[in-house]
Design a protein around this ligand. Structure first.
Ligand code: FAD
Length: 551
């Protein structure tokens, strides 16, 4: 059997090596149009600042090492320019020569390419870069030799943020321009705002709700849609990726969402002899079952291996993707899995949301840092739809646990049952993930009724009363306008000040005391909701709505 693979990085190389482990007698040829295979695309941004100091560390394998260990015929600088499914042949271009190569099975893992929008002056601009592979990062490194002072990153997704951080660490003045209302649009606003604040704290200039309309003076000036301009010596364009499916389309294979290659659950395209995996394919979002494009390394590697199994006769089904991801931005990390609140809304799912703030390890043990977690779940069954986390440390562990819980079909009712490793330097006896379970269960079982930060202004306009149960001294750090203040410890003896005919929303600093207040008030017969995430969350996302006593 001759298996030809197009694309020699994550999905393609996982497939190739697995195929060799399963089929010692197969002829396996990998065509890669770039000069390197099995390179660390995810490591590219860190090479800019020197955090990954050696270029060769980005090159994980070579054709020679792959031939020696796996007897693979790996050919870099070979572009597959056409596929002829009827003849089971591909056309290959290398070194100016073109020829045809036959296959029994073809596997496409061509990845995703950076989007280059049709912006005036982009074609003429000499200092605008996209980042996909080692030659791309070499170009940026060469540009850095010219000692640029100002960099602009257009697009604040994962790659844009990583590039911004590393350019800043390299000593450039960095500006980010993002079209969405906040950076990291794949997270919900009140979570992403922490990353935005971290960028600002680290001296990165951030402009949101803003798009670039023109590159002027050869790219030295960017014009924005509000009419202002920003000077740039070096610009990184990171406004998203799209499936690199030109070859598949030319071959007449079925494509779908944004040009992604359509495959069945065994990764077969519309031609059963041609398989496709990785960033180029349309997958099922595991929770909604909707078509999705998920450009991440873990799904690409898994799919490559599963497609290889199917080719070798071991049946494996693609069970869909959650899109679990993480990004570090200076001293903070932000991670997510599954659906965001926005996605749950768009999918018309019934859902509840809770936020929990905790510490990465026991609060009394030195150097504990804050973690904010968010959980989105079915209000009755407790099915977990998604989770997000932001913090300096331990966010990966919590979101990984929750991603595992979703894959294992655990519900919110199982989260308190999860037994995590615990000693003070590592965690807490009640881990923030356990706490998410407790809080979500309180909501699902009707012990607590939450209201989200974005619902607060309307609720207050309808006449609900905000009751802040923080101590008076805490109000100096900022307070809600027109809120009643009764410190929690006084609440039981001041119930007479409240009106049974009114509806109350309770808040404290982070949501713990307000829950206690909610329970006191509920049991005293008051109508009450708990402001989820409380003052701290509201303060992070809508500081302009609060009042700050004059210093
Ligand atoms: P790729 O790994 O991109 O491989 C596709 C290869 O196919 C390319 O090398 C391309 O040259 C080749 N090719 C395309 N067409 C042809 C053709 N016609 N002939 C021959 N060869 C062809 N994911 C994460 O999960 N975490 C991260 O931290 C992360 N960081 C990233 C940082 C950067 C800068 C980039 C660019 C990506 C990052 N990703 C990250 C995404 C991750 O790298 C991809 O999801 C993953 O590599 C996709 O695997 P793939 O096999 O589909 O495509």
């Amino acid at each position: 059997m001759k298996i030809v693979i197009v694309g020699g990085v994550a999905g393609g190389m996982s497939a190739a090596t697995r195929l060799r482990r399963l089929k010692e007698d197969a002829e396996i040829v990998v065509f890669e149009k770039g000069p390197y295979v099995s390179f660390a695309n995810c490591g590219l941004p860190y090479y800019l600042s020197g955090e990954i100091s050696e270029r060769e560390n980005l090159l994980v394998q070579t054709p020679e090492s792959l031939a020696a260990r796996f007897q693979l015929d790996v050919r870099p600088n070979h572009e597959v320019t056409a596929v002829y499914p009827d003849e089971k042949k591909v056309e290959v271009l290398s070194d100016g020569k073109k020829w045809q190569e036959s296959y029994d099975v073809l596997l496409l893992s061509p990845g995703a390419k950076p989007v280059r929008p049709a912006i005036s002056g982009l074609a003429e601009a000499k200092n605008v870069y996209t980042v996909r592979n080692v030659p791309d990062i070499d170009l940026v490194m060469n540009a850095l030799e010219e000692q640029p002072k100002k960099a602009v990153v257009v697009g604040a997704g994962f790659i844009g943020l990583e590039m911004a951080e590393n350019l800043k660490k390299r000593g450039l003045a960095v500006s980010i321009v993002e079209l969405a209302p906040h950076v990291l649009p794949s997270l919900d606003e009140e979570m992403a705002v922490h990353i935005q604040n971290e960028l600002i704290k680290q001296g990165v200039h951030v402009q949101t709700k803003c798009s670039v309309t023109a590159f002027e003076h050869g790219g030295k000036q960017l014009r924005l849609d509000d009419g202002t301009t920003i000077d740039s010596d070096l610009t990184i364009l990171s406004v998203g990726v799209q499936p690199d499916s030109t070859l598949a389309k030319m071959a007449g294979l079925e494509t779908g969402l944004r040009g992604g290659i359509v495959v069945n659950e065994h990764y077969q395209t519309s031609d059963p002899s041609i398989y496709a995996v990785g960033d180029a394919i349309v997958v099922k979002q595991q929770i909604t079952g909707a078509d999705a494009l998920i450009s991440l390394a873990s799904p690409a590697n898994r799919q490559g291996r599963q497609a290889a199994d199917n080719i070798a006769g071991i049946v494996r089904n693609n069970r869909g993707s959650l899109g679990t991801s993480i990004v570090r931005v200076f001293d903070l990390a932000a991670a997510s899995t599954g659906l965001t609140e926005r996605m749950a809304q768009q999918a018309n799912l019934p859902f509840s949301v809770v936020h929990v703030s905790g510490k990465d390890h026991a609060s009394y043990y030195p150097e504990a840092t804050d973690i904010l977690l968010k959980l989105i779940f079915h209000p009755k069954t407790g099915e977990i739809y998604g989770a997000q986390g932001v913090g300096a440390k331990g966010v990966d562990k919590r979101i990984d646990s929750l991603a595992t819980a979703i894959k294992g079909q655990l519900t919110i009712f199982d989260l308190p049952e999860l037994e995590f490793t615990y000693a003070p330097p590592f965690g807490s006896a009640k881990d923030p993930v356990n706490m998410l379970g407790y809080v979500a269960m309180n909501v699902a079982e009707g012990l607590s009724e939450t209201i989200q930060w974005h619902e607060l202004p309307e609720a207050l306009a309808q006449g609900k009363i905000l009751l802040d149960v923080r101590n008076e001294g805490e109000l100096q750090n900022g307070a809600f306008k027109d809120a009643l203040n009764i410190p929690l410890n006084d609440l039981r003896c001041r119930l007479a000040e409240l009106d049974h005919e009114k509806e109350y929303i309770v808040s404290c600093h982070s949501g713990l005391r307000s829950y206690l207040a909610e329970r006191i008030l509920k049991q005293a017969g008051f109508h009450v909701q708990n402001l989820d995430g409380a003052f701290a969350l509201y303060h992070a996302v809508r500081p302009e709505d609060l009042i700050y006593p004059e210093k």
